[in-house]
Design a protein. Sequence first.
Length: 188
Amino acid sequence: MGSSAEAVRTAYIAHQGPEAWAESRRAIAAFWAGLEEAVRALDLDFGRVRLYQDGLPVCGHELEIVRDLAETGGPNYRILLDLMARGAALEGTEDPDLLIREYALLKAVPSDPAAGADGQRPDAAGSGTGSLLEDRDRFIARRIDASLRPGETGILFLGALHDVISRLPPTIAVRTLDQVLTESGSGR
């Protein structure tokens, strides 16, 4: 949540109460602990793994960003560091310009009187080719297609609202973590 974390916490508590906030934190911590355990259990040659992270710009400073965010407590970034220590390669994943546009829109929505009941500004749809999120998803899919080599495995950490999978070319076989866990008999 970055710099919006306190505003999100305050709004959540105002609407749901402090116990609901505490429960949501416990559920999120359990999710990340389970995900970390599942990723560590993957039987992969990590020297042939590429890592992709939602929100990580293609910028030449990807490792520094991941280290900084891991230090501030980002569990997905700690997992990335662990996988890199095992030999996986980190890839910048997103178009920095699209991330900057999204950040500007997110900052404007809460205080923007032009925002509608759904919190969306009239210009939040993006570039005219679809929503900003769709533009980001297309970029991520192109980035994976361009950087993932034959015989390599990509691991993509992605927020629930994204739809990158449908935008990947058919030459990239996709398995979700749920599928991998089911196949290995650990299904959760």
